[in-house]
Design a protein around this ligand. Sequence first.
Ligand code: ZN
Length: 161
Amino acid sequence: MEIANDRVVGIEYTLKDDEGKVIDTNVGSEDLVYLHGHHNLVPGLENELVGKKAGDSITVVVKPEDGYGTRDESRTFEVPKSSLPQGVNPEKGMQLTMRGPTGQAMPVTIAKVKLSTVVMDGNHPLAGQNLHFAVAIRSVRKATRDELEHGHAHSPGHHHH
Ligand code: ZN
């Protein structure tokens, strides 16, 4: 069976940056199982997987605009240390969830720690980066009705809601 919308696909993947450094991989652990065509992967990778079947392998370089987006410098901002959640000892690279102006959860990364303030970066940590994927397709099956309703794959023994 080929990969197409509304099919559940199991993959083994390694993600590297432009320098060849491994950012993420599931090699040696469970396959990543996802529902195709429901924005569960970055678009640049999902598009390349269409038509592939179990046993195929692909490598693909995904540009930022088809990955986690380009960097937007207006999404960096500085806040007083006193506004951080209680008990947080800020360090560069630390990821936090802040409350936006309307109370929505906003994931941020600490870009810089100054004397009394902290510079926050609201961009995705992989924004602006080329994503080098090596993917082995392990399984392809039709999605169940539940999976289509939920917009994600259900794996046996892993009920996640
Ligand atoms: Zn579900």
